[in-house]
Ligand binder design. Sequence first.
Ligand code: SF4
Ligand code: SF4
Length: 179
Amino acid sequence: MAESAQIIRAEEIDPKFKYVVSKMHGAEKVTLCFQCGTCTAECPVSRFSDLYKPKRIARMVQLGLKDKILRDKHLWLCTTCYTCVDHCPQDVEIANVVRVLRNISIQYTESMPLVYRELAENLMKTGFVYVIPESRIKRREELGLPPLPKTNPGEILKIFELTGLSSLIKGSQTFERVE
Ligand code: SF4
Ligand code: SF4
């Protein structure tokens, strides 16, 4: 299906945004995207969603549509499979651009998907992103599997506090992930 044309108003454009994004690790080459569309053609999410297109994300950054892209919940659909990175002729690393945009988006909108908050909280509490139930640990023993590696949640918490991640998590609203 052809994309419908959208009118961009001058006041929506932040000309500095692409420079802010391209200073972040992994997103340095976003301005090199020449809109070939290979990433979108290969992206497993784009196959099922008309609203998620990595090519369009790169273009929105280039155009400076800061507010629009940072508020777009479809950003969170990327599975970070890196298929787009493998195929991009310009080495844009669009999956990393999406990661950078997500990080900026949490600070800008003060919100994040509920599932990400839960994973971060689990990590702080247990050192694993999932809380592993006792029954699972027992089952491992019964099967003769080695014990799970020891974690150090205290150290993780320290890193979260030093980087400001714990206060960001506490201060953010949450939303359900979009389909
Ligand atoms: S494959 Fe690379 S150059 Fe082509 S549209 Fe995607 S990001 Fe841009
Ligand atoms: S990393 Fe994200 S944008 Fe890239 S192909 Fe996978 S789902 Fe699509």
